[in-house]
Design a protein around this ligand. Structure first.
Ligand SMILES: [Zn+2]
Length: 280
C-alpha cells in the first residue's frame, strides 16, 4: 500500500477516467452509481438497477460519517515505468483448481494476489494452509455477493466477515477489496473506506470463453497485452471454460519473463507507482 499523496488516486480522479472503468468491466449501471456518488447525492430511482435499494447506491446520509483515512483509492492498473505485472486470482479457495494454481506459482517461484471469498476460506482452509507465504491476500467478500445491491451495513458485514476469516486462516490482514463482478456502488465505497480498504479492479483479464481454443491464442493475448503496471484477472475456480487459463499459465509466465516482466503482488505493484504531480 502506498501512502504518498502523489501516488494515491482520489475517488473523483478515478471517476473521471470513465473509459478505463468500461475497460475494467464495471457495469454501466455501476458507473451511473459512481456518478451519483461523485455528485454527492443519491441517484433517482429511475437510474437504479431493478430491485436495487437506493440505500445501496449512495453514501451514508444519516449522522456524521467519516472513514479514516478519509478516502478510498480505486486502481485498475498502476502507472509505473517498471516492467512489473500483478497476477490476481479470484473466487477461491476451492478444491478444483486452487492447488493447481499454487503448484504452478511455486514451480515458477512467483508471487500472486488471491482475492478470496471468506466462506470458502473457512470451508477450504487446508488448501491454503502453509501456501500463502509468498502471496498477498485480498478480500472478495464473504459470499461473493454483488455489493451494489446491499445497504451500507450489509456491505460492511460482507467485507468485514471475510476480512476476519482471511486473517484467521492466513495470518494476513487484507487491505484491498475486489468487489464481486467489478460492480461498485456507494455502499461498496463507504463500507470499504470504513474498514480501511482500497479497491482494486483489473486492466487485463483472461478471456477464456472467447479465446479459449487453442490455448496458444489466450497465451499470446495475455503476453502481448501486459504492460508495465498491469493487474491481470484470473480465477482459481469457476466454469470449466476458465480452466484453459490455468493450463496456459506456465506459458504465460515464461512469455512475460522473456519480455522482461517481473511478477509482484498487488500491494507491491501499488507501492511501485511512479510519483506524479498533484493535480489540485
Ligand atoms: Zn468473483
Amino acid at each position: 500500500m502506498t501512502d504518498g499523496k502523489a501516488s494515491r488516486r482520489s475517488i473523483l480522479r478515478a471517476l473521471s477516467a470513465g473509459g478505463a472503468g468500461t475497460m475494467a468491466g464495471v457495469a454501466a449501471g455501476a458507473l451511473g452509481t459512481i456518478g451519483g456518488v461523485a455528485a454527492g447525492g443519491l441517484l433517482d430511482d429511475a437510474d437504479a438497477m431493478p430491485g436495487t435499494p437506493v440505500s445501496a447506491l449512495g453514501v451514508p446520509t444519516a449522522g456524521p460519517w467519516r472513514p479514516h483515512p478519509g478516502h478510498v483509492d480505486i486502481s485498475w492498473a498502476v502507472d509505473t515505468s517498471q516492467k512489473l505485472v500483478a497476477l490476481t486470482f479470484d473466487d477461491g479457495p476451492m478444491p478444483d483448481w486452487t492447488p493447481m494454481v499454487h503448484d504452478i506459482l511455486d514451480e515458477a517461484k512467483i508471487p500472486a494476489t488471491f482475492f478470496m471469498v471468506g466462506r470458502r476460506v473457512v470451508e477450504h482452509a487446508r488448501l491454503i494452509h502453509g501456501r500463502m507465504d509468498r502471496h498477498a491476500v485480498g478480500n472478495h467478500t464473504w459470499a461473493h455477493t454483488d455489493l451494489t445491491r446491499l445497504t451500507h451495513p450489509q456491505a460492511y458485514g460482507a467485507i468485514h466477515r471475510a476480512h476476519t476469516a482471511i486473517a484467521e486462516v492466513t495470518g494476513k490482514e487484507a487491505r484491498l477489496l475486489r468487489p464481486p463482478l467489478g460492480n461498485i456502488g456507494g455502499t461498496t465505497l463507504s463500507a470499504a473506506g470504513q474498514l480501511g480498504y482500497d479497491v482494486v479492479l483489473w486492466s487485463l483479464k483472461m478471456r477464456e470463453a472467447f479465446l479459449g481454443r487453442p490455448v496458444g491464442r489466450l497465451v499470446d493475448y495475455i503476453v502481448d497485452g501486459c504492460e508495465p503496471g498491469t493487474i491481470l484477472l484470473a480465477h482459481d475456480t469457476g466454469h470449466r471454460d476458465r480452466l484453459i487459463a490455468i493450463r496456459g499459465l506456465p506459458a504465460m509466465i515464461r512469455g512475460l519473463r522473456a519480455k522482461g516482466f517481473e511478477f509482484v503482488t498487488v500491494p507491491d505493484l501499488l507501492a511501485a507507482a511512479d510519483a506524479r504531480p498533484a493535480t489540485r
